[in-house]
Ligand binder design. Structure first.
Ligand code: O2Y
Ligand code: MN
Length: 605
């Protein structure tokens, strides 16, 4: 094993230390070129991890099937290892940093024997931008290296930007090894029993052992860009958020940008890639998952997409739900845990057509078309099956998605899946009220999520599994911006596409029609759309909401905006319990916002 030379002595020393610990057979530094990507994909085909898809159907694309025990993020095995337990807070699993290292060091020792260690330098955000940060991941997974190629800015330009003394987040990853090794699916090493995803926010480091999948293994994404970066952002006065970013352009050609946080299964990627139903109004994509935002010298909030690709949920992505995502996946894609058709293409539930007979499910079983309906066999594609594609494949990509200075944010959107209570859209009365909306964000669980369907789950700022420090301090950090009079704070909105009528049918058509809601927000930011001052915030009037060409009765639209005092009084009780469950660092301003909301719904004496 030869230790590679780097211009950065700190990087070289760390790579040497990691190699000495994990004992790989060899080390390769990922330079980020296409030939290198292709060579690694070919290696993955030879090792049985990848299957090359038909070049006629899906050019330059691959399918990976994971070990059935390694198919999703493992929140119960994800740890924040701050010195003090209180700094991790009530929403995180805390372990003392020394104790965690003592637990993991024996697992990493020799874990890469017989394997190659890939050193992947990457930039979160445009290379060299003052808003960006650099990470270096060492990993024994070629699958991780090629996914990072698509998901981040990788390779030699990043090492150049790092220079001889730049800071970087140290990301150690090994798939580990199960005993006996034959216990793992061939081509997918992992150690599910001993998995651990450990974050050391004070030393800006991540150690991930035992999983080769998604957010557990691509340490750039949830681990760095959210958990570690949220702690860095608190210290440095910026925001690392679980948000999509899109632009809206009006018929006169004027553009505004919006960032939005949604818990999972609320259509965040679909919104980021929305094809507008409104003539003359265009929506474009900056990012679908992670926004880093900082106030500029002009007082405005600027956002970058920390990533350079999409790791999207495949099932139920279709030409109706997200035509741009479907186009993204036409070529140059990696699919994980999707089904394989007999003609060498992929398939998933909700793709918009039936599975051809002989389709092979994600567990490798041949299924005929009728088997699709056999609940005993489960779905053909895993519910958390994914596509990985570069942003450059996205037809709706915004021209400024990679701007080093970021894009100016006019509005922030919080949204959840609520069958009752929450209207289609409203605007917060103030920044503090908007932070309250983010802190009390909630959504009903769907079949895709584990556990009961339709259960209401609070997910503050959609950051519940991703905030790398005490959530009460996180709320305080958001509130702190209101104390700076030099800032032009964005407006804050709340949306709910999922309200149902008494028969359980969705009231709002959603998808492309959501452009009408974006239009109202755009015009609120311009000061040209009116609103009524309701107990929950500023609601559109039907007169101010574009209904031209909308195929639904006005009475149904009115139901989308209706407020039930009874439902809201219950909601207020639930929010109070939620805030109390988050401990004594929840800022008093949020209880004041709750009290004001309760007053507005108080029964007349
Ligand atoms: O299960 C995983 O590892 C993927 S989770 C994920 C992937 C892309 C975007 N968002 C998420 C998420 O859990 O929020
Ligand atoms: Mn996400």
């Amino acid at each position: 094993m030869t230790i590679p030379r780097f211009d950065h002595p700190g990087l070289e020393a760390w790579v040497r230390e990691m190699a000495t610990l994990c004992e790989p057979d060899e080390i390769e530094v990922y330079a980020g070129t296409l030939p290198e990507y292709d060579a690694l994909c070919a290696r993955l085909v030879r090792s049985g991890t990848f299957r090359k898809l038909s070049d006629e159907k899906r050019p330059h694309s691959y399918l990976a099937e994971t070990d059935p025990a390694d198919t999703a993020r493992v929140e119960e095995k994800t740890f924040i290892c701050s010195t003090f337990e209180g700094d991790a807070g009530p929403t995180n699993h805390w372990v003392d940093p020394g104790a965690m290292k003592a637990r993991l060091l024996p697992l990493f020792r020799g874990s890469m024997r017989g394997r190659t260690m890939y050193v992947v330098p990457y930039s979160m955000g445009p290379v060299g931008s003052p808003l960006s940060r650099i990470g270096v991941q060492v990993t024994d997974s070629a699958y991780v290296a090629v996914n990072m190629h698509l998901m981040t800015r990788t390779g030699a330009p990043v090492l150049k930007a790092l220079g001889a003394s730049g800071e970087f987040v140290r990301c150690l990853h090994s798939c580990g090894r199960r005993e006996p090794p034959a216990a793992c699916l061939e081509g997918w090493p992992c150690d599910p029993e001993r998995m651990a995803i450990a974050h050391f926010p004070e030393e800006r480091a991540i150690w991930s052992y035992g999983s080769g999948y998604g957010g557990n293994a691509l340490l750039n994404k949830k681990c760095f860009a959210l958990r570690i970066a949220s702690a860095v952002a608190r210290d440095e006065g910026w925001l690392a958020e679980h948000m999509m970013v899109l632009s809206v352009t009006n018929p006169e050609g004027r553009k505004r940008y919006f960032a939005g946080a949604f818990p999972s299964a609320c259509g965040k990627t679909n919104l980021a890639m929305l094809r507008s139903a409104l003539p003359g109004w265009t929506v474009k994509t900056v990012g679908d998952d992670i926004a880093w935002m900082r106030f500029g010298a002009d007082g405005r909030l600027y956002a970058i997409n920390a990533e350079a690709g999409f790791f999207g949920v495949a099932p139920y992505t279709s030409p109706k739900s997200n035509v741009n995502a479907m186009k993204c996946t036409e070529r140059d894609a990696i699919f994980t845990n999707c089904a394989l058709t007999p003609d060498g293409d992929i398939w998933w539930e909700g793709i918009g057509f039936d599975a051809p007979a002989g389709t092979i499910d994600w567990k490798g079983r041949a299924r005929d078309a009728s088997a699709e309906a056999d609940p005993a066999l489960g779905p053909l594609a895993h519910p958390n099956a994914r596509f990985t594609v570069p942003v450059s494949s996205c037809p709706s990509l915004d021209e400024d998605w990679d701007s080093p200075s970021g894009v100016p944010i006019s509005g922030i959107i919080f949204g959840g899946r609520r069958s009752t209570t929450e209207p289609l859209v409203y605007e917060a009365r103030s920044w503090e009220h908007g932070v309250f909306l983010g802190a009390s964000l909630s959504s009903e669980t769907t079949a895709a999520a584990a556990g009961q369907v339709g259960r209401l789950r609070r997910d503050p700022f959609a950051m519940l599994p991703f905030c790398g420090y005490n959530i009460g301090d996180y709320f305080a950090h958001w509130l702190s911006f209101a104390r700076n009079p030099a800032l032009s704070l964005p407006k804050i909105f709340h949306v709910n596409w999922f309200r149902r009528n008494a028969e359980g049918k969705f009231l709002w058509p959603g998808y492309a029609e959501n452009a009408r809601v974006l239009k109202w927000m755009f015009e609120r930011c311009d000061g040209t759309a009116g609103a009524i001052d309701s107990p929950v915030g500023f609601l559109p009037t039907i007169r101010n909401f574009d209904v031209q060409g909308l195929d639904m009765p006005i009475s149904t639209l009115e139901q989308c905006f209706a407020l039930s005092a009874g439902e809201w009084r219950e909601e207020i009780d639930l929010i109070r319990r939620h805030l109390l469950s988050l401990g004594d660092r929840v800022p008093p301003q949020l209880y004041r916002e709750l009290a004001k909301l309760a007053d507005r719904f108080a029964e007349p004496r």
